[in-house]
Design a protein around this ligand. Sequence first.
Ligand code: NAD
Length: 279
Amino acid sequence: MNIIDGKAISLEIKNEVRDRIEQDKLDVTLAVILVGSDPASQVYVRNKKLACEYCNIKSLSYELPEETTQEELLELIDRLNKDESVSGILCQLPLPKTIDEDVIIQAIAPEKDVDGFSRASAGALMTGSEGFVPCTPAGIIELIKRSGIEIEGKECVVIGRSNIVGKPMAMLLLKENGTVTVTHSKTKNLKEICSRADILVVAIGKPKFITAEYVKEGAVVIDVGIHRLDPEKNGGKKLCGDVDYEDVAPHTSYITPVPGGVGPMTIAMLMYNTLKAKL
Ligand code: NAD
Protein backbone atom coordinates (compact mmCIF):
# COMPACT_ATOMS: atom_id res chain seq x y z
CA MET A 1 0.00 0.00 0.00
CA ASN A 2 1.29 3.46 -0.94
CA ILE A 3 0.13 6.64 0.75
CA ILE A 4 -0.29 9.43 -1.80
CA ASP A 5 1.45 12.52 -0.41
CA GLY A 6 -0.84 15.44 -1.28
CA LYS A 7 1.33 17.86 0.65
CA ALA A 8 4.44 17.05 -1.40
CA ILE A 9 2.59 17.03 -4.74
CA SER A 10 0.81 20.31 -3.96
CA LEU A 11 4.16 21.89 -3.12
CA GLU A 12 5.55 20.62 -6.43
CA ILE A 13 2.68 22.36 -8.27
CA LYS A 14 3.01 25.60 -6.29
CA ASN A 15 6.74 25.61 -7.07
CA GLU A 16 6.02 25.15 -10.78
CA VAL A 17 3.58 28.08 -10.67
CA ARG A 18 6.08 30.25 -8.76
CA ASP A 19 8.93 29.37 -11.15
CA ARG A 20 6.84 30.22 -14.20
CA ILE A 21 5.80 33.57 -12.68
CA GLU A 22 9.43 34.37 -11.85
CA GLN A 23 10.83 33.23 -15.20
CA ASP A 24 8.34 35.16 -17.31
CA LYS A 25 8.21 38.10 -14.86
CA LEU A 26 4.42 37.89 -14.79
CA ASP A 27 2.20 40.19 -12.81
CA VAL A 28 -0.54 37.85 -11.55
CA THR A 29 -3.34 39.04 -9.26
CA LEU A 30 -6.12 37.11 -7.51
CA ALA A 31 -9.09 39.00 -6.05
CA VAL A 32 -10.43 37.11 -3.02
CA ILE A 33 -13.92 37.99 -1.78
CA LEU A 34 -15.23 36.85 1.59
CA VAL A 35 -18.72 37.82 2.77
CA GLY A 36 -19.52 37.40 6.47
CA SER A 37 -17.47 35.79 9.21
CA ASP A 38 -17.87 32.03 8.85
CA PRO A 39 -14.80 30.67 10.72
CA ALA A 40 -14.13 27.83 8.26
CA SER A 41 -14.32 30.24 5.31
CA GLN A 42 -11.93 32.60 7.09
CA VAL A 43 -9.40 29.78 7.43
CA TYR A 44 -9.78 28.80 3.75
CA VAL A 45 -9.35 32.42 2.63
CA ARG A 46 -6.30 32.88 4.84
CA ASN A 47 -4.71 29.73 3.41
CA LYS A 48 -5.45 30.87 -0.15
CA LYS A 49 -3.77 34.23 0.52
CA LEU A 50 -0.74 32.48 2.04
CA ALA A 51 -0.46 30.27 -1.05
CA CYS A 52 -0.64 33.39 -3.25
CA GLU A 53 2.20 34.92 -1.25
CA TYR A 54 4.26 31.74 -1.71
CA CYS A 55 3.69 31.73 -5.47
CA ASN A 56 4.33 35.47 -5.91
CA ILE A 57 0.71 36.05 -6.85
CA LYS A 58 -0.66 39.34 -5.58
CA SER A 59 -3.88 38.88 -3.62
CA LEU A 60 -6.48 41.60 -3.29
CA SER A 61 -8.67 41.05 -0.28
CA TYR A 62 -12.34 42.06 -0.06
CA GLU A 63 -13.73 41.14 3.34
CA LEU A 64 -17.33 42.27 3.35
CA PRO A 65 -19.87 42.31 6.20
CA GLU A 66 -22.65 39.71 6.53
CA GLU A 67 -25.24 42.38 5.60
CA THR A 68 -23.71 42.97 2.14
CA THR A 69 -26.48 42.91 -0.47
CA GLN A 70 -26.46 40.92 -3.68
CA GLU A 71 -26.39 44.19 -5.65
CA GLU A 72 -23.32 45.41 -3.77
CA LEU A 73 -21.54 42.14 -4.39
CA LEU A 74 -22.50 42.19 -8.08
CA GLU A 75 -21.14 45.73 -8.36
CA LEU A 76 -17.81 44.65 -6.88
CA ILE A 77 -17.60 41.67 -9.24
CA ASP A 78 -18.44 43.89 -12.20
CA ARG A 79 -15.63 46.24 -11.19
CA LEU A 80 -13.15 43.37 -10.84
CA ASN A 81 -14.29 41.86 -14.16
CA LYS A 82 -13.41 45.14 -15.88
CA ASP A 83 -10.14 45.70 -14.01
CA GLU A 84 -7.36 44.54 -16.34
CA SER A 85 -4.88 44.21 -13.47
CA VAL A 86 -7.03 41.42 -11.92
CA SER A 87 -6.24 37.98 -13.37
CA GLY A 88 -8.70 35.86 -11.38
CA ILE A 89 -11.68 36.33 -9.06
CA LEU A 90 -12.57 34.00 -6.21
CA CYS A 91 -15.73 34.41 -4.15
CA GLN A 92 -15.56 32.16 -1.11
CA LEU A 93 -18.64 29.95 -0.66
CA PRO A 94 -21.00 29.55 1.11
CA LEU A 95 -22.48 33.04 0.85
CA PRO A 96 -25.04 34.41 3.34
CA LYS A 97 -28.59 33.13 2.67
CA THR A 98 -29.74 36.56 1.42
CA ILE A 99 -27.46 36.23 -1.62
CA ASP A 100 -28.18 33.88 -4.51
CA GLU A 101 -24.93 31.94 -4.98
CA ASP A 102 -25.72 30.95 -8.53
CA VAL A 103 -26.23 34.59 -9.59
CA ILE A 104 -22.84 35.49 -8.12
CA ILE A 105 -21.02 32.52 -9.66
CA GLN A 106 -22.41 33.31 -13.10
CA ALA A 107 -21.49 37.02 -12.75
CA ILE A 108 -17.75 36.28 -12.67
CA ALA A 109 -16.27 36.73 -16.16
CA PRO A 110 -15.47 33.27 -17.65
CA GLU A 111 -11.83 34.31 -18.27
CA LYS A 112 -11.44 35.12 -14.53
CA ASP A 113 -13.44 32.16 -13.13
CA VAL A 114 -10.49 30.48 -11.41
CA ASP A 115 -12.79 28.31 -9.26
CA GLY A 116 -14.27 26.88 -12.46
CA PHE A 117 -17.84 26.88 -11.07
CA SER A 118 -19.58 28.95 -13.78
CA ARG A 119 -21.77 27.40 -16.47
CA ALA A 120 -19.21 28.57 -19.04
CA SER A 121 -16.45 26.59 -17.31
CA ALA A 122 -18.70 23.56 -16.72
CA GLY A 123 -19.74 23.62 -20.38
CA ALA A 124 -16.12 23.85 -21.52
CA LEU A 125 -15.22 20.81 -19.43
CA MET A 126 -18.23 18.88 -20.72
CA THR A 127 -17.40 19.57 -24.36
CA GLY A 128 -13.63 19.20 -24.03
CA SER A 129 -12.82 22.84 -24.82
CA GLU A 130 -10.38 25.15 -23.08
CA GLY A 131 -11.57 26.47 -19.69
CA PHE A 132 -11.03 26.43 -15.94
CA VAL A 133 -11.47 23.09 -14.18
CA PRO A 134 -12.79 23.11 -10.57
CA CYS A 135 -9.76 22.92 -8.28
CA THR A 136 -10.56 19.81 -6.20
CA PRO A 137 -11.16 17.36 -9.09
CA ALA A 138 -8.32 18.95 -11.08
CA GLY A 139 -6.07 18.32 -8.07
CA ILE A 140 -7.19 14.70 -7.85
CA ILE A 141 -6.20 14.06 -11.48
CA GLU A 142 -2.76 15.53 -10.68
CA LEU A 143 -2.46 13.31 -7.57
CA ILE A 144 -3.26 10.22 -9.64
CA LYS A 145 -1.01 11.07 -12.60
CA ARG A 146 1.95 12.27 -10.56
CA SER A 147 1.80 9.05 -8.50
CA GLY A 148 2.34 7.15 -11.77
CA ILE A 149 -1.14 5.61 -11.81
CA GLU A 150 -2.61 4.85 -15.23
CA ILE A 151 -6.26 5.93 -15.72
CA GLU A 152 -6.84 4.76 -19.30
CA GLY A 153 -9.07 1.71 -19.51
CA LYS A 154 -9.55 1.54 -15.73
CA GLU A 155 -12.90 1.07 -14.00
CA CYS A 156 -13.38 4.39 -12.20
CA VAL A 157 -16.21 4.85 -9.72
CA VAL A 158 -17.06 8.30 -8.35
CA ILE A 159 -19.31 8.53 -5.29
CA GLY A 160 -21.14 11.88 -5.29
CA ARG A 161 -22.54 14.05 -8.09
CA SER A 162 -22.04 17.60 -6.80
CA ASN A 163 -21.20 20.34 -9.30
CA ILE A 164 -17.92 21.12 -7.56
CA VAL A 165 -16.55 17.59 -7.07
CA GLY A 166 -18.49 14.55 -8.34
CA LYS A 167 -19.63 15.71 -11.78
CA PRO A 168 -16.40 17.43 -12.91
CA MET A 169 -14.43 14.49 -11.47
CA ALA A 170 -16.37 12.10 -13.70
CA MET A 171 -15.74 14.29 -16.76
CA LEU A 172 -12.00 14.45 -16.05
CA LEU A 173 -11.67 10.69 -15.58
CA LEU A 174 -13.56 10.24 -18.84
CA LYS A 175 -11.18 12.66 -20.55
CA GLU A 176 -8.32 10.43 -19.33
CA ASN A 177 -10.07 7.46 -20.98
CA GLY A 178 -11.28 5.82 -17.78
CA THR A 179 -14.52 3.83 -17.81
CA VAL A 180 -16.55 5.93 -15.43
CA THR A 181 -19.54 5.18 -13.20
CA VAL A 182 -21.10 7.98 -11.13
CA THR A 183 -22.98 6.93 -8.00
CA HIS A 184 -25.12 9.01 -5.63
CA SER A 185 -27.63 8.89 -2.78
CA LYS A 186 -30.23 7.06 -4.91
CA THR A 187 -27.80 4.44 -6.24
CA LYS A 188 -28.76 0.83 -5.57
CA ASN A 189 -26.04 -1.75 -4.82
CA LEU A 190 -23.40 0.88 -3.98
CA LYS A 191 -21.13 -1.73 -2.38
CA GLU A 192 -21.24 -3.98 -5.42
CA ILE A 193 -20.51 -1.08 -7.83
CA CYS A 194 -17.68 0.28 -5.70
CA SER A 195 -16.06 -3.10 -5.34
CA ARG A 196 -15.59 -3.21 -9.13
CA ALA A 197 -13.53 0.00 -9.08
CA ASP A 198 -9.84 0.11 -9.93
CA ILE A 199 -9.98 3.79 -8.98
CA LEU A 200 -12.56 4.84 -6.36
CA VAL A 201 -13.11 8.56 -5.73
CA VAL A 202 -15.19 9.20 -2.62
CA ALA A 203 -16.96 12.58 -2.28
CA ILE A 204 -20.01 11.62 -0.27
CA GLY A 205 -19.75 14.02 2.69
CA LYS A 206 -20.26 11.32 5.36
CA PRO A 207 -17.46 10.52 7.85
CA LYS A 208 -15.78 7.09 7.48
CA PHE A 209 -18.66 5.82 5.31
CA ILE A 210 -16.52 3.69 3.02
CA THR A 211 -15.23 0.55 4.70
CA ALA A 212 -13.14 -2.34 3.32
CA GLU A 213 -16.30 -4.09 2.07
CA TYR A 214 -16.64 -1.42 -0.63
CA VAL A 215 -13.11 -1.74 -1.91
CA LYS A 216 -11.55 -4.19 -4.36
CA GLU A 217 -8.19 -5.63 -3.29
CA GLY A 218 -5.45 -3.41 -4.79
CA ALA A 219 -7.73 -0.51 -5.75
CA VAL A 220 -6.68 3.16 -5.73
CA VAL A 221 -8.81 5.07 -3.20
CA ILE A 222 -9.11 8.87 -3.26
CA ASP A 223 -10.83 10.37 -0.22
CA VAL A 224 -12.27 13.86 -0.82
CA GLY A 225 -14.17 14.15 2.47
CA ILE A 226 -13.11 16.42 5.32
CA HIS A 227 -14.79 16.14 8.73
CA ARG A 228 -13.82 17.57 12.09
CA LEU A 229 -13.36 15.14 14.97
CA ASP A 230 -13.21 15.65 18.70
CA PRO A 231 -9.51 14.85 19.33
CA GLU A 232 -10.26 13.70 22.90
CA LYS A 233 -12.56 10.96 21.66
CA ASN A 234 -10.43 10.05 18.63
CA GLY A 235 -6.95 9.42 19.95
CA GLY A 236 -5.79 12.98 19.22
CA LYS A 237 -7.07 13.00 15.62
CA LYS A 238 -8.73 16.24 14.52
CA LEU A 239 -9.91 15.29 11.03
CA CYS A 240 -11.20 12.31 9.12
CA GLY A 241 -12.41 11.66 5.59
CA ASP A 242 -15.33 9.88 3.95
CA VAL A 243 -13.22 6.70 4.01
CA ASP A 244 -12.55 4.59 7.10
CA TYR A 245 -8.80 4.84 6.53
CA GLU A 246 -7.62 2.19 9.04
CA ASP A 247 -10.06 -0.38 7.68
CA VAL A 248 -9.57 0.38 3.97
CA ALA A 249 -5.88 1.29 3.58
CA PRO A 250 -4.42 -2.25 3.92
CA HIS A 251 -6.52 -3.39 0.93
CA THR A 252 -5.46 -0.62 -1.45
CA SER A 253 -2.52 -0.13 -3.79
CA TYR A 254 -2.68 3.65 -3.28
CA ILE A 255 -4.72 5.78 -0.88
CA THR A 256 -4.94 9.47 0.02
CA PRO A 257 -4.85 10.27 3.76
CA VAL A 258 -6.95 12.94 5.53
CA PRO A 259 -5.39 15.36 6.22
CA GLY A 260 -2.55 15.61 3.70
CA GLY A 261 -4.22 14.07 0.64
CA VAL A 262 -6.75 15.89 -1.52
CA GLY A 263 -7.05 18.96 0.76
CA PRO A 264 -3.74 20.70 -0.09
CA MET A 265 -4.28 20.04 -3.81
CA THR A 266 -7.34 22.28 -4.00
CA ILE A 267 -5.35 25.41 -3.14
CA ALA A 268 -2.42 24.39 -5.36
CA MET A 269 -4.78 24.08 -8.34
CA LEU A 270 -6.29 27.46 -7.51
CA MET A 271 -2.78 28.90 -7.89
CA TYR A 272 -2.41 26.99 -11.17
CA ASN A 273 -5.76 28.33 -12.46
CA THR A 274 -4.84 31.87 -11.47
CA LEU A 275 -1.58 31.64 -13.42
CA LYS A 276 -3.53 30.19 -16.35
CA ALA A 277 -5.93 33.15 -16.19
CA LYS A 278 -2.96 35.47 -16.74
CA LEU A 279 -1.50 33.57 -19.69
P1 NAD B 1 -22.26 17.34 -1.46
O1 NAD B 1 -22.93 17.18 -0.13
O2 NAD B 1 -22.62 18.44 -2.36
O3 NAD B 1 -22.44 15.98 -2.29
C1 NAD B 1 -22.44 14.71 -1.69
C2 NAD B 1 -22.82 13.70 -2.73
O4 NAD B 1 -22.83 12.42 -2.12
C3 NAD B 1 -24.22 13.92 -3.34
O5 NAD B 1 -24.11 13.97 -4.74
C4 NAD B 1 -25.03 12.71 -2.89
O6 NAD B 1 -25.89 12.23 -3.91
C5 NAD B 1 -23.96 11.69 -2.56
N1 NAD B 1 -24.41 10.82 -1.45
C6 NAD B 1 -24.90 11.18 -0.26
N2 NAD B 1 -25.24 10.08 0.45
C7 NAD B 1 -24.93 9.01 -0.31
C8 NAD B 1 -25.03 7.62 -0.13
N3 NAD B 1 -25.52 7.10 0.99
N4 NAD B 1 -24.62 6.80 -1.12
C9 NAD B 1 -24.10 7.31 -2.28
N5 NAD B 1 -23.97 8.65 -2.50
C10 NAD B 1 -24.39 9.48 -1.53
O7 NAD B 1 -20.71 17.32 -1.14
P2 NAD B 1 -19.42 17.83 -1.97
O8 NAD B 1 -19.40 19.30 -1.98
O9 NAD B 1 -19.31 17.09 -3.26
O10 NAD B 1 -18.28 17.33 -0.98
C11 NAD B 1 -18.12 15.98 -0.59
C12 NAD B 1 -17.13 15.89 0.53
O11 NAD B 1 -15.88 16.40 0.10
C13 NAD B 1 -17.48 16.70 1.78
O12 NAD B 1 -17.03 15.98 2.91
C14 NAD B 1 -16.70 17.97 1.63
O13 NAD B 1 -16.37 18.57 2.86
C15 NAD B 1 -15.46 17.47 0.94
N6 NAD B 1 -14.78 18.45 0.08
C16 NAD B 1 -13.44 18.53 0.22
C17 NAD B 1 -12.71 19.39 -0.59
C18 NAD B 1 -11.23 19.44 -0.45
O14 NAD B 1 -10.60 20.39 -0.81
N7 NAD B 1 -10.62 18.37 0.05
C19 NAD B 1 -13.37 20.20 -1.52
C20 NAD B 1 -14.74 20.07 -1.66
C21 NAD B 1 -15.45 19.18 -0.85
